[in-house]
Ligand binder design. Structure first.
Ligand code: HEM
Ligand code: HEM
Length: 179
């Protein structure tokens, strides 16, 4: 990334990290699109199986991505950002992972109890409540995350381009631009 100037010479996300991020965005959007509108839909055995299969793949993908990201990648936040900003970024990222595990995990639990014959019982109602709670929280977290990403894009500090393949940042350093 020399051509973009010194400001951008920091750890970049690998191709696999970007691939996992964007595949996961698509997977999550699909999960929301095909959401269960009513518990009675689970009576359809092929729908039920597809839900369980989807949630299991989603969970495995998430766990793989989490370990890959935390073991091999570094945040692209510039070193000079205030500590509170680094903390906020970490907090939002970890909370997103926790909520996504919560959505898939509670979904699988609903399926487990449903298959055992629990339908309108208090326990199932509580788990569905938790499932819907995680869904509401993830919408807030994703909104904060996207606003933060746009903020970094406007600051032109390299964070946006480290993960987003479009609307790339340009160096403000004219020396490195050859201008
Ligand atoms: C990663 C996988 C999943 C995602 C992304 C997901 C997403 C959602 C969303 C967005 C809602 C609507 C929440 C709301 O209206 O506030 C919902 C509701 C629900 N989901 Fe899931 N879900 C997943 C897995 C599952 C699984 C595996 C089951 C059970 C087999 C399940 C059962 C339900 C039920 C029973 C509801 C409540 C429907 C109602 O309002 O009666 N979900 N889910
Ligand atoms: C248009 C939508 C999105 C944009 C522009 C975007 C942008 C970014 C950027 C720029 C980063 C790097 C931040 C840094 O290094 O500190 C990042 C990381 C991350 N994004 Fe997104 N993102 C989007 C959607 C999502 C969605 C929908 C999710 C979750 C469902 C998500 C989850 C994450 C997570 C967990 C990270 C931390 C790195 C990792 O562990 O993969 N993003 N995103």
């Amino acid at each position: 990334m020399k051509a973009l100037g010194d400001k951008f010479e920091k750890p970049k996300y690998s191709f696999l990290a970007m691939f996992l991020h964007w595949c996961f965005v698509i997977l999550f959007a699909f999960g929301i699109y095909k959401q269960v509108d009513d518990i009675s839909q689970l009576e359809d055995i092929s729908f039920f199986r597809a839900e369980i299969m989807f949630a299991s793949v989603f969970l495995l993908f998430l766990v793989f991505r989490f370990f890959y990201m935390t073991k091999t990648q570094k945040t692209s936040l510039p070193d000079n950002v205030p500590k509170y900003q680094k903390f906020a970024a970490k907090f939002v990222h970890f909370s997103m992972y926790a909520c996504l595990v919560g959505i898939a995990g509670s979904g699988l639990l609903i399926g487990y109890f449903y298959s055992l014959g629990f339908r309108d019982e208090f326990l199932v109602t509580i788990i569905i409540g938790a499932h819907e709670f995680f869904v509401s929280v993830i919408y807030w977290l994703i909104s904060i995350h996207v606003i933060a990403a746009i903020y970094h894009r406007l600051k032109n500090d390299g964070v946006w381009s480290s993960m987003v393949p479009i609307w790339k940042e340009r160096s403000t350093n004219s020396k490195d631009d050859g201008r």
